[in-house]
Design a protein around this ligand. Structure first.
Ligand code: SF4
Ligand code: SF4
Ligand code: SF4
Length: 375
């Protein structure tokens, strides 16, 4: 948490030093990295993305758990929702209920494609024009208020943002609203860290690089496990840690592990450590876990499909409706992204939630109607 807070302090210092004091250190180091790389532009952002991807070979997805500013926002949202005692969230959080979609990969890959679409069009129209400029783009590029406008130039409507406190707060408020949907709204609806589990396009680049390097550190069993499963029940990514270390030579090999260390903190027996060293052999006898793949589910009476231990819960939506909800989200996100790249997320998230809620309500009503009419 200190590390994630420090990242936000860095962002604040960077913005203030650049825009208030005119100390230009380097350009924007955030989501511009992937589009920059796609355009062949070497800038601070694309260097950061290259470093993040290389770091996977040593630390796994340690960037996610320790450095990602979005993860910081997600953890902050989690803390706020618990402090405010939002009952809906407490119900979810107490049992670590994590709702997911069976087609989450489609959503993530689709999100990456939609966000890169302007670059693909640019490269198609103008050609590949590589260049090196670590000072470009400036830190607030693609955020509300950039170039004195509330939204991107492609937005169907716009208004100017002046250099005064009133307008600064307005632009800041719009940026916070985007963050709010990605962290608070998704956490509330789909459980802790839903953005990382369902939507983050970065994951599509990180996951293929996991478990390649022999020196990559992993969550590892370093003492005798009792099989209590506290670690599994604490994992915000829905990984069955206990089963992983039982079946995979004492290692968590799941590619969704973001190194948040919630499992390490949850284990009172100090069984887990993040290391590339071999695991300690399990000599104490444990009741064997079924070697079911991660997220394979059981069907509950109310139709929800879940692991018995609340690892991941699938909403009772059929595969077609699930698939359609993702298409609806991507189309809505594509439309809203005309207001600026980050506006993809509010459009996609609200469309995703509203469509799925409507589908759930209608399926329940159909079931009720069928029950009443004994169909
Ligand atoms: S999955 Fe995405 S949002 Fe989540 S921590 Fe990793 S990079 Fe950040
Ligand atoms: S690793 Fe620790 S928390 Fe997890 S099942 Fe074993 S003893 Fe329990
Ligand atoms: S709780 Fe453990 S297994 Fe789950 S994401 Fe965090 S570090 Fe990885």
């Amino acid at each position: 948490m200190i590390s994630l807070a420090a990242v936000h302090a860095y962002i604040a210092v960077h913005l203030i030093s650049w825009h208030v004091f005119g100390i230009e250190i380097w350009g924007k180091t955030a989501m511009m990295g992937v589009p920059s790389l796609a355009k062949g532009w070497i800038n601070a952002a694309s260097i950061m993305v290259i470093l993040i991807l290389l770091s996977i070979f040593i630390f796994g997805r340690g960037f996610c758990g320790w450095v990602c500013h979005m993860r910081g926002a997600i953890e902050f949202a989690d803390w706020i929702l618990r402090k405010l005692k939002v009952q809906q969230y407490l119900n979810v959080r107490e049992r670590n209920v994590l709702v997911n979609t069976q087609h989450r990969w489609l959503l993530r890959v689709g999100a990456l494609f939609v966000l890169l679409l302007p670059v693909i069009i640019l490269v198609h129209n103008v050609g590949f024009t590589p260049r090196v400029d670590v000072m470009s783009p400036p830190p607030v590029a693609d955020l509300p208020g950039y170039e004195g406008q509330a939204f991107a130039k492609t937005a169907p409507f716009n208004f100017s943002i002046q250099a005064n406190w009133h307008d600064f707060l307005l632009a800041f408020g719009l940026a916070v609203f985007i963050q709010f949907t990605m962290s608070v709204v998704l956490n509330l609806r789909y459980g802790h860290g839903a953005f990382c589990r369902i939507l983050c396009p970065y994951a599509t680049m990180m996951v293929p690089l996991m478990n390649i390097s022999p020196v990559q550190s992993k969550i590892t069993r370093v003492a005798q496990c009792t099989g209590c499963r506290d670690c599994s029940n604490a994992c915000p990514q829905g990984i069955d840690v206990s089963r992983e270390i039982f079946h995979f030579n004492g290692k968590v090999i799941n590619r969704e592990c973001i190194k948040c260390y919630a499992c390490i903190d949850a284990c009172d027996d100090h069984v887990l450590r993040d290391t590339s060293a071999p695991a300690v052999a399990q000599t104490d006898r444990l009741k064997p876990y079924e070697k079911r793949p991660w997220q394979q589910e059981l069907v509950r009476k109310d139709g929800y499909r879940t692991d018995a231990r609340h690892m991941q819960v699938y909403e009772p939506l059929g595969p077609v409706t699930d698939f359609l909800s993702i298409i609806v989200a991507l189309v809505a996100g594509g439309i809203s992204s005309r207001f600026g790249g980050f506006w993809f997320y509010p459009g996609a998230i609200f469309a995703f939630i509203l469509f799925r809620d409507a589908a759930l309500r209608s399926s329940r009503q159909i079931a009720k109607w069928q029950g009443q009419h004994k169909i």
